[in-house]
Design a protein around this ligand. Sequence first.
Ligand code: GDD
Length: 409
Amino acid sequence: RVVAVIMVGGPTKGTRFRPLSLNISKPLFPLAGQAMVLHPISACKRIPNLVQIYLIGFYEEREFALFVSSISNELRVPVRYLKEDKPHGSAGGLYSFRDLIMEENPTHIFLLNCDVCCSFPLPEMLEAHRRYGGIGTILVIKVSPESASQFGELVADPVTHELLHYTEKPETFVSDRINCGVYVFTPGIFTAIQGVTSQRKERATLRRVTSFEALQPANRSLPTDFVKLDQDILSPLAGKKQFYVYETRDFWEQIKTPGMSLRCSGLYLGQFRFTSPHLLASGDGSKKATISGDVYIHPSAKVHPTAKIGPNVSISANARIGAGARLVSCIILDDVEIQENAVIIHAIVGWKCLIGRWSRVQASGDYSAKLGVTILGESVAVEDEVVVTNCIVLPHKTLNLSVQEEIIL
Ligand code: GDD
């Protein structure tokens, strides 16, 4: 029996995702037409003997209630949202629901970060984990040495695949192999987390009784129940035959910013070619728009037959795309209206925006730059013939003059 846990975090963590997170919690933001968290959930469906999927976070229950119930019905796997009363860290969050999780009697527990985009080779990881033994197997990938420091860097034995050394976001280069935020554990992980918490408690008590220094702000320790999987568990237990790694050669990205969500939307659309080709727009038939590359169009959206769409475009419910409009590399959210001959390139157009005739909403397309993708918040109006380049625009603004390289508050 296998259970899967997806760590969805909470509202305070979503600040880099503004202004899009003002309307919707980040895990529910659509990539390739599906909520970010639905991609790992769908991947979990491929795990043999999967009995339950939990989402653990500190968002309000109501934000996930509808999503969780409709997905459970659709996928025919029970999906439950478990709310933490406060953030406990990636391992602490898992640990706080250990009794509930263990009620299912799992032999294995998958743990997935919600903000990563990859092909989630979960059955392959489980198989590898069974071969290696130990309490956990971590998905890893090779990245460029320059980008490695944004992640957990690790060293593994090339023959046994044992995790030998682990450092979270190090200042000096350790390795170009990084932690992808996807793990499979045996229930032994709970004992490891408990070890850290009880050690902390002991230390805290010791400090309280032995020294007044504990009162100094610099010496105040973290709450004993806040445990990070990476630095508190993986670092100290590396090299002790407890953790192993499974390397993927497929795609992998982290989704911390709206710009990266556009890139990841494109990666998932590309994956649909193999996993769900029926979700991709075909452009066949004389009445349909010209489609190039991978495109998702919600069935309720109306696209004029003379519009040209793609590649990497995803159009949500009830959007209307006018005659002669050109859309490249963009996410168009619900109820957007794009009028005749408007052009959208490297942009995310928020819910209920209105884009006027002959206007342009565009950006350089440098996904990692702060303004490399133009983002329009909810209900922004771009008037006719206005050009918006490399901008972030907060909700409810009206743009009647062209702007570039600006954050419009
Ligand atoms: N439920 C819950 N509670 N979730 C949390 C909490 C918490 O208190 N804190 C973080 N998360 C979730 C986040 O939403 C995210 O999905 C995941 O746990 C990891 O978040 P962080 O702990 O903030 O780490 P990170 O994203 O900066 O880096 C981690 O992931 C990288 C891969 O994406 C590290 O493990 C890196 O080593 C790794 O490379």
